[in-house]
Structures are given as structure tokens and as C-alpha cells.
Design a protein around this ligand. Structure first.
Ligand code: GLU
Length: 498
């Protein structure tokens, strides 16, 4: 088949995009790009009761932030628009009527109260009420009523829905690219409502009609839609249309393994489950994740490249991605692994880029800084960081002299003879013309040798007075960066204070 690959991401704008939804979008994007196809965004907003203001904008912004923009969708009209189902609502009814004509669907007039009563009666007997082949002849619909009665009811303006007429006793063979063949007995299916009394289609009808009209070739969506696959397959048959291929992605599981990942897991574990901040819930973007890292870890949630490679750019993912390598079983969400991915992507980001991000944070703290100086600081501390927001704690002493000293370290390092030694070091530093790391190191080390002092008597207290703590990169690098005057000044302050 030389048909152009077309996939769609079809969220309902009922809230922010959950991380699982974002992964669905990503896998659609990867599959489209891998196959030279189109990635369509369709907004499934037929349920007006669940509509949430701002959700559509949020979804679009999240996709853009991740670098996986759609090719066609709201605001990017292609040949298959409009892309919001609410703007297509006038076209669905004729499809529902088509199914009635073909004997594949029927009008049902049962009132909400009547159905409720059936449900209650069944419950009382410990049973569940399903509306399908086994009882539809006894309920109020166009299968049990005469044509005349049906016409009269419609003419009188009675409320009705249109239900799918699920076949009895058919062995259905469903196909899923990830799961293979699935066998189902059609007798267990209920007669789902396709068209509601408020004049709107249900998800099932609108979804199938739009996938057909938008020439979708592959439906890639979450496992929670697998139970709808039988109905969807039957609907394509009923219309006489070719069905697209289906791929149902595995669930994303809680960090502990069992159960679906929820918003509450994020709140409990202190990690984001949304790409961007939504109300009180911090997003990956705001938490300081790089979009590349988010894309990278999401891709490996349920998919594997078949090699040991873990770090992938978006381009590499497009190259490597196949639906056949998506797992059937749930993918455990590991927030620590996500941090690791960010750490890896931070190391791959240029010092210039990181310095810009850090400079913005410094500015917020009211600290003036030179771009080149910030770049050098970043270069010396970044390997210890997972996030740009870690930088300040790792490097504050590059921007201000210590105002206090780690007490434990003082007890351990600050001996009776230390002030004298530090005094001599400060005088020694004053003699160095070229105040470079290597020159300082050479000078201090040979001085230690001449004086027959131990390194332990000089280096740890020297770090303590320069940094205020025992942390940080190579001490002479720090001294070069903060400069001669500042280094000597810090030693003097410490002698006076300790
Ligand atoms: N509107 C559905 C959702 O919110 C789309 C499911 C599908 O992709 O078929 O996930």
C-alpha cells in the first residue's frame, strides 16, 4: 500500500496533558516522521460538560515545548479540517442515520428513568444490566416498535439516542500491531450509544468518522482504549470502510510498579506528571527539565531500541523508532531515572547555553555577573549538577565571599598553627604575577615542599577559607576564577574570624 502515513493525536480538552498523553503524542510524532507521514492534532470536544478552558492551548504549548509540533490541527488548517469536533458536529448525524439505513444501528427511546430502573432491578438480583442482543427486543427502540410508532415518536419530538446494533455470537478477530491478534466473542458487547439525545455524537462515532474522513492510516493510542477496539472494528465494517491499523500503547505504571501512574503519585513523590505547570501542579518545564530529556525518557517508557543505547536526540528517536519494539506490558515510571536523563542532557548542553540560563537566575538574586565569568563557573561545576537550579548551591562562593564556615570542618581543620600557615600562604599568593590555576598550584606545592609541611595542613584549611566549606571543584581553579585579590581577602577575613 503506497498510501501516505497519517496519524493523529486526539485528546479531549478536559484538563492538562498527563505524561501518558504526552507519550502518546510523542509516539505518534515519531511514527509519522519515521515514515514520512503527517501528524495531526484533533481536539475531541464533543462532551461539552467536560470542557475545560485553556486545555487546548495547554496541549498545543506542551507539544511545541517538546519540539513535536503537529503538521495539521487547530490553527494549522490542512485539507481535512476543521480539527475541533465541536466545529464538525453537523456532519456526524448523517453517518449515524447511514448506519440505521444499513440495519447496523437503531433508534432507542428508553428514558433515563426507565434505564435506571432496569439497572436497579438487575443490581438487586446481583446482575449487571447490559443493553444488547439479549434484551433489545424487549426495550423501547426501533427494533421492537413498529415503523409507525417510531415515526410518531420522532415527530412528537421525543428524545432518542442512536445505538449500535452489536452482532450476536460472532467470533471477532481484532488486530493490534503491538499485541497481535485478539479474539473476542461479539455477544459480550453492549449496544453502545453512537448519537446522543442532545444532538451530539459520542466519542465512538465521532472518532471513527473523523479517522476515516481525515484518512488516518494508523491509530496509536493508550491501552485504556483497547476495550473499544471491538466496537471500532465493527463500526468500520458497518460503514464498509477500510479500518486503519491499531497500536495500543502500554500503561505507565506507578514508581512502585503496580497500578497506573496518577497525579497523586506525583504529589506524593514530589515529581511532575504534567509537561507544563497547571494550576498548583508544577510541570516538567517549570521544574527545570530540558525538553530533550523529557522526550528522551518518555520514548523509553514502553519502547526499547533493542540495544543498550539510552541517550537519544529526537532525530535519533525518529530514526530508531518502530511500533514493533513497543512493549505489551506496563512501563514503570521512575522519577530518579528522569533526573538522570536531565543530568545527561545538561552535560550535553553547551557552557554558553547553560551560562545564559544561570545568569538569569543570578539576576533574580540581584547578583551582577560577567557572561564569560559565569561560563567559566558553569564549566567547572556542571558535572555535579542535574538541573540548572542546582548551580547556585554548587557555586555560590564564586559570587560572594563566605559569610560563615562549616562548623564541623572548622573543628577538624582549624588547628592552633593554621592561622600562621594561612598568613604565609596569603603572602605567598601575593607574589604570584600570573595568577593562573597551574601557576598557583606549582607555587603553593613547592612552597609546601620547602617548608616540609604536609598537604593536609595546608590544602583543607585553604579550601575552607576560600569556599566556606569542603566542597567544590579543584581549589586552584576556584582561586584563579575569583582572582588574586579576592583569594587573599578571603584568607585574611578567615584568620580574623576563626
Ligand atoms: N479523545 C480520546 C482521548 O481523550 C481519543 C482516544 C483515541 O485516540 O482514539 O484519549
Amino acid at each position: 500500500m503506497s498510501q501516505k502515513v497519517r496519524v493523529r493525536f486526539a485528546p479531549s480538552p478536559t484538563g492538562p496533558l498527563h505524561i501518558g498523553g504526552l507519550r502518546t503524542a510523542l509516539f505518534n510524532y515519531l511514527f509519522a516522521k519515521k515514515n514520512g507521514g503527517d501528524f495531526v492534532l484533533r481536539i475531541e470536544d464533543t462532551d461539552q460538560n467536560r470542557f475545560v478552558e485553556g486545555a487546548e492551548e495547554y496541549i498545543i504549548e506542551a507539544l511545541n515545548w517538546c519540539g513535536i509540533p503537529f503538521d495539521e490541527g487547530p490553527g494549522k488548517e490542512g485539507d481535512f479540517g476543521p480539527y475541533r469536533q465541536s466545529e464538525r458536529k453537523q456532519l456526524y448525524k448523517s453517518y449515524a442515520l447511514q448506519l440505521i439505513e444499513r440495519g447496523k444501528a437503531y433508534y432507542a427511546f428508553d428514558t433515563a428513568e426507565a434505564l435506571d430502573q432496569h439497572r436497579k432491578d438487575h443490581e438487586a438480583k446481583g446482575k449487571t444490566f447490559i443493553y444488547n442482543w439479549h434484551n433489545r427486543q424487549k426495550l423501547t427502540n426501533s427494533l421492537s416498535l413498529s415503523n409507525e410508532e417510531v415515526k410518531n415518536k420522532i415527530a412528537a419530538g421525543e428524545d432518542y439516542v442512536i445505538r449500535f446494533k452489536s452482532p450476536e455470537n460472532e467470533a471477532l478477530l481484532l488486530n493490534d500491531i503491538i499485541r497481535g491478534e485478539i479474539k473476542i466473542d461479539s455477544s459480550i458487547l453492549d449496544d453502545k450509544v453512537l448519537f446522543k439525545s442532545d444532538g451530539m455524537p459520542t466519542y465512538h462515532l465521532a472518532n471513527i468518522v473523523d479517522d476515516h474522513l481525515m484518512q488516518i492510516t494508523h491509530v496509536i493510542r493508550g491501552e485504556e482504549w483497547l476495550p473499544s477496539l471491538a466496537l471500532h472494528t465493527l463500526l468500520y465494517d458497518a460503514f464498509g470502510w477500510d479500518a486503519p491499523e491499531f497500536a495500543h500503547l502500554p500503561l505507565i505504571m506507578k514508581p512502585v510498579g503496580k497500578g497506573k501512574l496518577s497525579k497523586r503519585d506525583g504529589e506524593k513523590g514530589g515529581f511532575p506528571v504534567f509537561p507544563l505547570t497547571w494550576n498548583q501542579s508544577e510541570g516538567y518545564r517549570e521544574a527545570g527539565f530540558f525538553p530533550e530529556a523529557v522526550v528522551n525518557f518518555l520514548a523509553l517508557l514502553g519502547w526499547n531500541p533493542g540495544t543498550e543505547q539510552e541517550i537519544f536526540s529526537l532525530e535519533e528517536l525518529v530514526e530508531a523508532f518502530t511500533l514493533e519494539r513497543v512493549n505489551k506490558s506496563g512501563a514503570r515510571f521512575d522519577p530518579e531515572k528522569n533526573n538522570w536523563y536531565n543530568q545527561q542532557w545538561l552535560q550535553k548542553t553547551s557552557d554558553e547555553e547553560l551560562a545564559k540560563l544561570f545568569a538569569a537566575q543570578l539576576q533574580k538574586k540581584g547578583i551582577a555577573s560577567q557572561p564569560e565569568y559565569v561560563r567559566q563557573v558553569v564549566s567547572s561545576i556542571k558535572e555535579r549538577a542535574s538541573f540548572v537550579k542546582d548551580f547556585w548551591e554548587l557555586s555560590d562562593y564564586f559570587f560572594k565571599s563566605p559569610t560563615s564556615y562549616n562548623e564541623k570542618a572548622v573543628k577538624k581543620q582549624w588547628k592552633e598553627d593554621t592561622p600562621g600557615i594561612m598568613q604565609e600562604v596569603s603572602e605567598l599568593l601575593d607574589t604570584i604575577e600570573d595568577f593562573s590555576s597551574s601557576k598557583i598550584e606549582e607555587t603553593v606545592k613547592s612552597w609546601i615542599g620547602e617548608k616540609e609541611l604536609s598537604f593536609g595542613k595546608v590544602m583543607p584549611p585553604l579550601r575552607l577559607v576560600i569556599v566556606g566549606d569542603m566542597k567544590g571543584p579543584h581549589l586552584f581553579d576556584i582561586m584563579e576564577l575569583i582572582g588574586k585579590e579576592e583569594s587573599i581577602g578571603r584568607i585574611r577575613t578567615a584568620i580574623a574570624q576563626l
